[in-house]
Structures are given as structure tokens and as C-alpha cells.
Design a protein around this ligand. Sequence first.
Ligand SMILES: Nc1nc2c(c(=O)[nH]1)N[C@H]1C(S)=C(S)[C@@H](COP(=O)(O)O)O[C@H]1N2
Ligand SMILES: [Mo]
Length: 306
Amino acid sequence: MQHIRSSEITPEHVYLSRRRFLGSAGALGAALALGACGATPAAAPATPLDGRTDELGDRLNSFEQITTYNNYYEFTTDKQQVARLARDFRVSPWEVAVGGLVRSPRVFALEDLLGFEQEERIYRLRCVEGWSMVIPWQGFPLRRLLAGVEPLASARYVRFETVLRPEEMPGQRDRFYPWPYVEGLRLDEAMHDLTLLATGLYGRSLTPQNGAPLRLVAPWKYGFKSIKAIVRIDLVDQMPRSLWMTVAPEEYGFYANVNPDVPHPRWSQATERRIGEGGRRPTLPFNGYAEQVAALYAGLDLRVNY
Ligand SMILES: Nc1nc2c(c(=O)[nH]1)N[C@H]1C(S)=C(S)[C@@H](COP(=O)(O)O)O[C@H]1N2
Ligand SMILES: [Mo]
């Protein structure tokens, strides 16, 4: 995911121990392209799967898998260390300021957010790095929050910001990244029924490593759009510039819709590795949600607007 820096080239002993988990030359190539991002979680302890499936018949990933293999650069770029480093992250009290081009700006306390009727949504999460999971979230549609603040007619985009707490988030002391993490959606994307503000998973409160206490989930987009630990939501008239657009604009565009036909400059997006499965499976346009969301992009060239 990250822009490759010489300081991040994988030490050989780590690389060699990862290499044993890689099945094929193709997987090896992908792992090299991804640096730290391509490794299979080493013998994750088996936990019972829930047994349920998403609407495509794919089984849920286990709670263990979902909470021990994470991307959260505020803590570390090592997916298997995020849970440990985030364990003591303070998620309460918490406030989210919602403002910008709205009639009724408002600061929501976490209790207010939990007051929105919570529902379960089983969504696939497809990381731009080429792995995926099926996750049972709880939360509520973002549009219900936005309706409450009354967006002005001039609002065209929504900008999200993660908390800035370098004293608790060691990765935020790395000056390479322009913290805080910022993401954005077009207003119509933000108002879409699939777009969720998640407060929990597997029937429990969200764990720190998964973005507690509040994170976005836009399941037809690459995982990096689904920003964690949100403290600000602003309605704006210009396309927000995300952290990833700042770091590597040719690699991570604003739209970031899952698209097997548009390769990342450094790897193919045609297939993905479902965590817990061997081999790779085809990646679906819009991550399998084309029926619901393709109309949002009518007339837009998805190769240009990647
Ligand atoms: N603030 C913040 N949000 C973030 C990230 C991050 O590094 N910081 N990583 C993103 C990426 S790349 C992915 S794939 C998902 C991973 O979510 P998960 O760890 O809950 O599976 O979170 C996204 N949200
Ligand atoms: Mo990701």
C-alpha cells in the first residue's frame, strides 16, 4: 500500500519466513510488489466460524481473522501487530464534529451515535493490496447522520478525518505521512444506502484495531476509503484530497471503486486472496455491489476516475 521507501525494504529473515507461506510464483511476485502487505497470517489460531454467509454464499471470516489482520497505519504498517499496539487506545469519551456546508452543525457524542438505530450488515472488504474478508458489521447508514445536519445545496462532497493522537498512535510519529488520515466521498455516494458508519462487528463493540469507536464502511470501494476512528465529518464543495492522494496520487485515486479491469500501477486487481482460503478468486466489479452502485458512475470514465 505505502509508497516504497528504502527504510521499509523487508529484512531478509522476515522475508524468508514469509516466503514459506506463499504458494506460487505469482503470489511471490505479488508479495514482493506489496512489501509487508502480502504475507499470509502465519497459522492464525483457529476460531469457530459463524457459519453464516454473505448474499453471494461466501462464509464470514472469523472474529479472530478480522481482529488480528488489520491495516491501520496510525499504529503500524505491520498488519499482525496492529491489534497489540491499539489495545489501550482510548475510545471513550469520543466526539464527532459534523459541519461544513450544513444548516445545523452538531457535535455528536458516542452515545448519540449509538442512539441511531443499529443494524447488521454483512459486507465484503476488498483491500487494494489484493486480499479480502467477509465481515458482519453493526452500524447505521451515514445518510441518517447527514440528514440530521441538513446539507446545504452547495455541498457536493463529504470529507472525513481520523483522530490525531501521536502520543497514543506510534505510526503518527512517522512524518512521512501527512496525518491526520483523511478520506472523502461524493455526496451521492455518502447518501447511498450501502454506506455505513460502523460501531461494532460480530455483535460486539468495534475493537480499536478495526476503527473504534466509529469508522466508515463503503464496501464497493477499496478498503482504504473506509476510514477509521472518525472525529470530523465536513460537507464541502470541492473534492477532498485524501491522505493517499497526497502520498501517491497515481496509485490511489479519489474514487477507488473496486475494479478488476484497472490494474494498480504495481500489480493486477483481477484476483484477490480471501483471508483463510488457499489460492486466489476473481475480483468482482464494484466488489460484487455493481447492481446497487454502478448507476452512480454513469457517464464517468472509470479508468480516468480511478
Ligand atoms: N485511519 C485509518 N483508516 C484506515 C486505514 C488506516 O491506515 N488508517 N487503513 C485502511 C485500509 S488500507 C483498509 S484495507 C481497512 C482495513 O480495515 P480492517 O483492519 O478493519 O480490516 O481500513 C482502512 N481504514
Ligand atoms: Mo487496504
